[in-house]
Design a protein. Structure first.
Length: 147
């Protein structure tokens, strides 16, 4: 399960809509909590889609961006819990390309954006054998005292 506040959830959706008709991408930073290993997202970090072509159906995070992301997480004492990206005019389901490039354990939050409006948002986990994704529950937490 991946948990995030409604503010962060809405931020992911907003960034997906703003990037339309191209894909947006970003990172989920946070902590693993509880005996069940729930992932609590404490920050979403928008990354520049560095893909030069086909940006409406692909995103690219460069090695330099990833190194900076790791440094940011370390500075803030957080972990990289996963990646979010949008699927313009497609379902919020992983593509074969997503399957080929994913890493086990990370959460992959995908936002479907149709005609510029966010639609469905789903999170996916890659199976350890890399054969397929499984749907992961997203729990939206209500804000408390300015969280």
């Amino acid at each position: 399960m991946v948990e995030m506040t409604s503010r962060l959830f809405e931020q992911v959706k907003r960034e997906a809509a703003n990037a339309y008709p191209e894909e947006c991408c970003g990172a989920l930073l946070g902590r693993v909590r509880g005996s069940g290993g729930e992932k609590r997202v404490e920050e979403v970090y928008l990354l520049l889609n560095a893909k030069e072509t086909e940006r409406e159906r692909r995103y690219l995070i460069t090695p330099d961006q990833y190194r900076e992301l790791e440094k940011r997480a370390e500075r803030e004492d957080l972990q990289i819990l996963g990646i979010y990206h949008s699927h313009p005019d497609h379902l919020a389901e992983p593509s074969p390309f997503d399957l080929e490039h994913a890493m086990p354990w990370w959460s992959y939050v995908i936002v479907s954006v149709e005609n510029g409006q966010t639609n469905e948002v789903k999170s996916w986990l890659l199976q350890d054998d890399r054969s397929r994704f499984s749907l992961e529950e997203i729990r939206i937490l209500q804000e408390r005292n300015g969280e």
